[in-house]
Write a protein that binds this ligand. Structure first.
Ligand code: PLP
Length: 380
């Protein structure tokens, strides 16, 4: 740090130089991210609540009321209005909280959790931090969690089973109703990671897509991760964790000696209220119909992309269930395809299982971007 400060003009000029090096979702060139352009309504709401700290809610009762309303709206979207939870930083923190609740609920030594092989890497972090033994269930031929593999892995040390509604790499929805049955029969905690799918599956079902049950309407589901900063169009970082019962928050509550709340269940202490305000504003602004439109458009473009990929001579890994297209080629290794696309200005990402190029058709991608992409794909 210099001894003397510099002018505001100098600072913003310098910041612009750094910013110019970044990619922007607006360019339509980012094809491999689950983030998107934040909706301006959410950005405005976010900036109104920059000083609100939900880690000390007694000082910000208005923001706390907003959080309660958001949790209730998200709960209703997930099939149960009276749920308990928080707006936090994202899917990783939500999954960590769910695993912590599941572990604390039991007094089992050497606890184990069962996740599908397709689970997000946040469960590896959670397992390491919480000293859980991570058991990976196999996937079936459609890359969904194989129920018989889950049954094989069940033991008297299992404290939680995780199913994913919208897998990170392929957008698949695990057989959550089977997992719900298994968990009820064995009195085991079931967490559904709908970080990606939570903001699209219900809306797609509304407009006629045939997608499976995955939420609190299934009696075995104990908690759900749902991320407003993915398909919810909220600014990052904005995640959501919902619990069926208050006891799941209570089993991980820690006393807070000097704050306006006596107990705190979240991982972080100081917690922005801005993310809550943005989520609240966007749920009110778009309403169910607005979000139906967002998800429907993404799926329409997804299907156009999937057909274009096939026509360009590549092989789809699987027919898209949500707005992710994964493909490969029998002639060109996927790393080479990614390099060639990068040379043409496309930022794609790679799926690891199976190895493939992975395109997430987020709301910032318009038809013209996808058509330009398919053109380039044909040429390579
Ligand atoms: N869960 C799923 C299914 C995800 O796809 C992701 C991220 O892509 C996460 C959790 C982690 O979310 P975050 O990066 O917001 O922590």
């Amino acid at each position: 740090m210099e001894d003397e400060g510099i002018t505001k003009e100098q600072i913003f000029q310098m910041l612009r130089k750094y910013k110019e090096k970044d990619l922007t979702h607006r360019s339509g060139r980012i094809l491999g991210s689950m983030c998107t352009c934040p909706d301006p309504v959410g950005v405005k709401a976010y900036s109104m609540f920059l000083e609100s700290n939900l880690g000390d809610p007694g000082l910000f009762p208005g923001t706390k009321k907003l959080e309660d309303e958001v949790i209730s709206m998200l709960g209703e979207l997930m099939g149960k209005k009276d749920v308990y939870g928080h707006i936090i930083t994202g899917g990783t923190e939500a999954n960590l909280m769910a695993m912590r609740a599941a572990r604390n609920l039991t007094k089992i030594d050497d606890p184990e959790i069962i996740v599908p092989r397709s689970a997000h890497f946040s469960f590896k972090k959670a397992a390491e931090m919480l000293c859980l033994d991570l058991k990976m269930a196999d996937l079936d031929e459609d890359y969904k969690m194989d129920v018989s593999s889950v049954e094989d892995l069940l033991s008297d040390k299992t404290v939680a089973i995780v199913g994913v509604a919208g897998t990170t790499e392929l957008g698949k929805i695990d057989p959550i109703s089977d997992l719900s049955r298994i968990c009820l029969e064995n009195d085991i905690y079931l967490h559904v990671d709908a970080a990606f799918g939570g903001y699209s599956i219900p809306f797609l079902k509304d407009v006629g897509y045939d997608l499976p049950e995955f939420d609190f309407s299934l009696p075995g589901v104990s908690s759900i991760t749902i991320d407003p900063h993915k398909m919810g169009l909220a600014p990052i970082p904005t995640g959501g964790i919902l619990f069926r019962e208050r006891k799941y928050l209570e089993v991980m509550a820690i006393e807070t000696p000097y704050l306006t709340e006596d107990l705190q269940s979240t991982v972080v202490g100081t917690r922005t209220g801005a993310a809550t305000a943005a989520t609240w504003a966007l749920l009110k602004y778009h309403g169910r119909e607005g979000y139906q439109e967002v998800s429907k458009k993404c799926m329409e473009i997804t299907n156009i992309l999937a057909d274009g990929v096939k026509k360009a001579g590549f092989e789809l890994v699987t027919r898209p269930e949500l707005n992710i297209v994964a493909f490969s080629s029998s002639e060109i290794p996927v790393e080479e395809i990614a390099l060639r696309l990068e040379d043409r200005g496309w930022a794609v990402s790679l799926a690891s299982y199976p190895k493939a190029i992975r395109i997430i058709v987020m709301p910032h991608l318009k038809l013209e971007h996808i058509e330009a992409f398919i053109d380039d794909l044909r040429q390579i």
